[in-house]
Design a binder for this molecule. Structure first.
Ligand SMILES: Cc1ncc(C[n+]2csc(CCOP(=O)(O)OP(=O)(O)O)c2C)c(N)n1
Ligand SMILES: [Mg+2]
Length: 277
């Protein structure tokens, strides 16, 4: 797994440089999910960087918590969807790398606009049902924030997916316990979300989202559970801001950019492994 850890290190470095370069963006959730994105795009998912919006005969990934666009854009660029140089345009006027992903910009790898929380589960279910209708065996993966679960549409979709046996869908929840204004327990307590997904009729798994080996093993295990009549949810424990000591576990880093001093301190902890953009 040595190679993959150098990918996730570079992605973390890209995230910090992109958000600093724009003086805005969301480093916390992005850093926390860097190992998940690395595992998914560099190991687990069958996908084609030449990119076709129809997504036939390949797996599909839907990012529902669109504010963590820095980790998504870096992963796509590092996987060959577009030139890594374009990462320098993040959040700039006329860039294809908008603060929240948008299909209007035609950035390869972006399949839905997201950022308005709560919608991605419904889209992922629609994509999974489409694959079934077309007789395709490929899978749909999705990612959601834990704070995002405060949205009612999510629970309607979860109920729908169980009823309609959408068993080619693997949805992951970034269970970092933080959201925009504070810890999720303080803003609106979620209780035990694994038990909630169980009660709604899903098959559930749990993993350490900052241990790339565990992420790969758990996602591969999830793949063995498809086709059994139930959608699959993975509760992913992560640390907001993972990889930068002064950001770790602090909701304040949900959506602010590091200043020049903080940039230097952060980059000192994140060595350049694959070459900066
Ligand atoms: C429909 C909707 N309501 C509110 C917001 C504002 N908002 C952006 S991110 C966020 C918190 C999301 O928390 P979580 O999904 O846990 O993300 P994390 O902070 O862990 O990255 C909120 C409330 C939004 N983007 N969309
Ligand atoms: Mg969260």
């Amino acid at each position: 797994m040595h190679e993959l850890s150098s990918v996730s290190k570079q992605i973390r470095r890209d995230i910090i440089r992109m958000v600093h370069g724009a003086s805005s963006g969301h480093p916390g959730g992005s850093l926390g999910c860097a190992d998940f994105f690395t595992a998914l795009y560099f190991k687990v998912m069958k996908h084609d960087p030449s990119f076709n919006m129809n997504a036939t005969n390949e797996d599909v990934f839907i990012l529902s918590n669109g504010h963590i666009s820095p980790v998504f854009y870096s992963t796509l660029a590092r996987s060959g969807y577009f030139d890594i140089k374009e990462l320098s345009t993040f959040r700039k006027i006329d860039s294809r790398l908008q603060g929240h992903p948008a299909t209007h910009e035609h950035l390869p790898g972006i399949r839905i606009a997201s950022g308005s929380l709560g919608q991605g589960m419904s889209v992922a279910i629609g994509a999974a049902l489409t694959k079934k209708l077309n007789g395709e065996n490929n899978l749909v993966f999705s990612l959601h924030g834990d704070g995002e679960l405060d949205e009612g549409q999510i629970w309607e979709a979860i109920m729908f997916a169980a009823h309609h046996k959408v068993d080619n869908l693997i949805s992951t929840i970034d269970w970092n316990g933080q959201q925009i204004d504070g810890p999720t327990d303080k803003v609106m307590s979620l209780g035990n979300i694994r038990q909630k997904f169980d009660a709604f009729g899903w098959t559930t798994l749990e993993m350490n989202g900052n241990d790339i080996d565990d992420v790969i093993v758990t996602l591969e295990k999830a793949k063995t559970l498809v086709g059994q009549g139930k959608p699959i949810a993975i509760m992913m424990h992560t640390i907001m801001g993972k990889g930068v000591d002064f950001m770790e576990g602090h909701y304040e880093w949900h959506g602010i950019a590091p200043n020049d001093d903080q940039l230097a301190k952060a980059l000192a902890q994140l060595p350049e492994t694959l070459g900066d953009y």
